[in-house]
Write a protein that binds this ligand. Structure first.
Ligand code: THG
Length: 264
């Protein structure tokens, strides 16, 4: 499983404050903690507090790249912001994200290709979030077709079915799990799949339990990557154990410890 650390998001109060105050030490401490906990990639999102997304995201990228050479996911809904921010990145990048809308694909697919970057694509469009598996698959198939036509390697494409909070869209979660399984069948070689896991538990009491239960089910459906809180130890233990069950880790008595050591 490719672990994408979610904590450098302006949605979190401490991070939002650090971005506004340009406090590098707070950002760098959170970056290092996520790397030490096993994050392969760090998601960077300025969140709602940012008044100048381009300069804030560039600042965030620089601050993070000073302390780690792990990949970064440049997280913004605005293609123009991603286009500017990616210019300052030296680490490997994943663009997060495009939708199935032509005007976004036309900018972000060539940009990802030019920078040798991964690309996360949400199976949504301007009309909104799909209400069933069929609509998600149709949008994902359009995204895959666009990538193939434009010579973007689908193995660098991460299809995201868009996880919804369980308290507002409970019936969607089964559709999302089935979408993950079917996204993998859209072409050969298969595209990758990703979810923003913590979306599921916004407003829920025991967030960690809901998160890890869904993550394991998504892993069983073939999930390749997840945007998660890597400091949640119970979540990481469940993720590693699910990899063991899926025969993606070699069993030994100390398999949790062995996995963590392999990430350092
Ligand atoms: N798909 C893709 N990218 C994404 C998402 C996705 N990026 C953003 C988001 N969704 C994933 N990251 C988060 C980060 C934080 C939270 C949820 C998803 C979160 N934050 C607390 C909250 O809102 O309750 C913040 C509260 C606090 O201040 O502590 O839940 O789906 N491609």
């Amino acid at each position: 499983m490719i672990i994408i650390g979610e904590l450098l998001n302006g949605m979190y109060k401490n991070v939002g404050k650090a971005i506004v105050e340009k406090d590098r030490s707070v950002i760098q401490r959170i970056a290092k903690a996520q790397v030490e906990a096993g994050a392969d990639v760090l998601d960077l999102n300025c969140g709602p507090v940012s008044k100048d997304q381009v300069s804030d995201l560039k600042w965030l990228i620089n601050a993070v790249e000073e302390v780690t050479d792990r990949a970064i996911a440049i997280d913004s809904s605005k293609p123009k912001v991603i286009e500017e921010a990616i210019k300052v990145a030296r680490n490997k990048t994943i663009i997060n994200s495009t939708t199935a809308d032509a005007e976004k694909l036309e900018i972000l697919v060539p940009l990802a290709k030019q920078h040798n970057s991964g690309l996360i694509a949400l199976s949504i469009n301007k009309k909104g979030i799909p209400q069933n598996k069929e609509q998600r698959l149709e949008l994902a198939a359009n995204i895959v077709a666009f990538c193939i036509e434009n010579d973007f390697p689908v193995t660098d494409l991460y299809l995201d079915p868009v996880v919804m909070p369980v308290d507002v869209a409970q019936a969607q979660l089964k559709e999302i799990l089935e979408s993950i399984r079917e996204f993998k069948l859209l072409c050969d070689p298969a595209p990758k799949t990703v979810v923003g896991l913590s979306n599921i538990s916004q407003g829920v009491v025991d967030r960690s339990l809901v998160n890890r239960t869904f993550l394991i089910m998504a892993q069983a459906a073939g999930l390749d990557a997840a945007i998660v809180d890597p400091l949640d130890e119970k979540l990481m233990d469940a993720m590693i154990t699910a990899e063991l069950v899926l025969n993606k880790q070699i069993y030994c008595k100390a398999y949790l410890e062995a996995y963590r050591k392999s990430k350092l």
